[in-house]
Ligand binder design. Sequence first.
Ligand code: GLY
Length: 321
Amino acid sequence: MSKYPKPLMLATWSFSARGCQAAWPGLESGGGSLDAVCTVAREAESNPQVDSVGFGGMPDAAGNMSLDASVMLAPDRCGSVCAVTRHLHVADLARLVMERTSHVMLAGEGADSFADALGMPHAELLSPDARAAWKRWRSGEAQVRPNDPGIDSGKIFSSSPIGELHFPHDTVCALAVDTQGVMAGACSTSGLPFKLVGRVGDSPIPGHGLYVDPEGGGAIATGNGELIMGVCGSFLAVECMRRGATPLEAVQEVIERIHRRYKTLPHHQVGMIALSPNGSWSAGALRPGFAVTIADTTGIRSVAPEWVLQHDVEGKQGGIV
Ligand code: GLY
């Protein structure tokens, strides 16, 4: 008998409800978990209202879009792409890297050429709203902020919150378990808005934005990739569960470690979801504002995470939360 009699999907942010609605019928009727998480990613990639993923996402400092994504089922079954500039469905492309090559990651022009070779269609990635936001940002931005405390201190920083502009960093990430008990995960993002040209965050790197190991469970992360990368956030969460931690304890360990090792700034956010091999799960965040979308046999809904580290600082809400 399967360890997972009932399928389950967990995804970051409330905008993932649309993707979960698209993916759930297939998952519930016996479809694969990898198909389900790629469907969630595809829906966000196509939705111009999601301003941190695919079409609708914010460009880099030069006004150009570049997308990152990954998929994972196990340490020996993962694939990723980064700095993709001509193709929209980058989680599907990451899956093809996993399924059709002996590599894990393809970057930049190589990833786009690989997609071309497989016949994936080209797409316009920069939405009119994102172009307008970039123009507003460019007209008012101070590139060097030497007085900022924390990880941005003294560095060229291209993602500062300015005026009324909305600065999303809300990667779509999903974990699913199918009726066969197979766990899969996917992440897709346009990265930090107005990032330095060439910047790649946590989402396409196994163990950072996404990690799945059937022996330990799965974890997904959203928020400022630089914070997640320094502690190998998703790998750390799965490793905690492998050593006996509950999903809540695993998420707490990661976020508390980020808080201990970085001087986090008010606009920083990290949200995490951890799912154990026995199907129990939890979610946590550095600050309020994060939301988890759940799809199971009782329905689809978005909820606040079980635990938030810092209640005194209001975090940024997700794109459509
Ligand atoms: N978490 C997405 C990024 O930082 O690129």
